[in-house]
Design a protein around this ligand. Structure first.
Ligand SMILES: NC(=O)c1ccc[n+]([C@@H]2O[C@H](COP(=O)([O-])OP(=O)(O)OC[C@H]3O[C@@H](n4cnc5c(N)ncnc54)[C@H](OP(=O)(O)O)[C@@H]3O)[C@@H](O)[C@H]2O)c1
Length: 317
């Protein structure tokens, strides 16, 4: 199986923060989201051609999938692609925990297939990778990817899938100006060489790189992202200021430039959208072609910030 029939827009849409919505949301982002806003957001996204939606069981423990399924009811199933994940660390005790978790995702998303199904974090590669094969054979998942795996784990999984006539068809890692491990450990090069799409998550460092937040206007108090980033905001200022000024020269804004940077590096950014106007930003970002000088300068400022933004769930790679 190849990626020939997997439609990949310039930017994919992330919905981790959607796990916060409603009374059962878990407050990870400290966001207040309404169904009406999310429906407007989805309408704008589809009008702009952004139709690949990324979620996971563990985003609000099912809440993100449920809300996304509700919001996407307004479109024909053939008009969007769904990406969700098997998280080994949340596997149940049944005979086939991956098949069980997939069934629950399908029910929450209101669909009978997933376009792109991921192993979310490496558990035991030899144990979990083979579970993907019957799900591919059944057609319940169309394509498979790996997230947060290091290069040797990716090669090992590719070998297991290859023996069954399949392959790893996408990689998804944390990749931003402030977190470029996939450059340093060879994963991005590997993807380019093998023709495997590389999806970059947390390109905006959960909002901290947008320039909207600063010590006077910090990330929402009590949220996990506040805990992860608020103390780091002063060190990000030179970078976010420059993202903003480059943005203005393109008639755009700081987050648009951060997204354009990821696109320039060959990645497909997955951007966690929470407001309808975020789609306008993605539209602008997709049209920006950064100069080499802009890229070199932004990367130097990011390096000078000297910050470690690795998520608590990410292994050292
Ligand atoms: N595989 C994995 O382990 C993994 C891990 C993390 C994330 N992901 C995926 O990647 C997606 C993206 O990551 P993320 O959501 O954690 O963080 P992100 O995309 O770096 O940042 C999202 C936050 O940035 C702000 N934002 C988004 N678009 C904006 C725009 N155009 N202009 C201004 N602000 C904007 C929003 O904050 P406000 O709501 O405060 O405005 C939003 O909550 C996730 O939703 C998820 O699908 C995967």
């Amino acid at each position: 199986m190849t990626t020939d029939n997997m439609k990949i827009p310039a930017v994919a849409l992330g919905t981790w923060a959607w796990g916060d919505s409603g009374s059962s949301g878990d407050g990870y982002f400290g966001s207040t989201l309404t169904q009406t806003d999310l429906e407007e957001l989805a309408d704008r996204a589809h009008a702009a051609g952004f139709t690949l939606w990324d979620t996971a069981v563990v985003y609000g423990m099912g809440r993100s999938e449920t809300v996304l399924g509700e919001v996407l009811k307004r479109f024909a199933r053939s008009d969007f692609q769904l990406s969700t994940k098997f998280t080994p660390q949340a596997a149940g005790a049944g005979d086939d925990p991956m098949a069980d978790m997939l069934e629950q995702s399908l029910a929450r998303l209101g669909t009978d297939y997933i376009d792109l199904y991921w192993i979310h974090n490496p558990g035991d590669v030899a144990r979990w990778t083979p579970h993907l094969i019957p799900l591919l054979e059944s057609g319940k998942i169309k394509h498979v990817g790996l997230s947060n795996h290091n290069l040797s784990q990716i090669v090992q999984a590719n070998q297991i899938l290859g023996d069954a006539g399949y392959s790893v068809e996408a990689i998804q890692n944390h990749y931003s100006l402030l977190h470029r491990n996939s450059d340093q450990n060879g994963i991005l090069d590997f993807c380019t060489k093998e023709g495997i799409p590389f999806f970059a998550y947390m390109v905006l460092e959960q909002g901290a790189l947008t320039g909207k937040y600063n010590p006077q206007n910090p990330l929402p108090e009590g949220s996990n992202r506040a805990q992860a980033y608020n103390a780091k905001l002063p060190q990000m200022k030179s970078l976010t200021d420059r993202l903003g000024s480059i943005g203005r020269s393109y008639g755009a804004e700081a987050p648009d430039v951060a997204v354009a940077w990821a696109i320039a590096k060959g990645a497909t950014p997955i951007i966690g959208v929470t407001k309808p106007n975020h789609i306008d930003g993605l539209d602008r970002a997709a049209a920006i072609v950064l100069s080499n000088d802009d890229i070199v300068e932004l990367e130097a400022l990011a390096l000078a910030a000297n910050l470690d933004t690795r998520g608590w769930w990410e292994q050292e790679m």
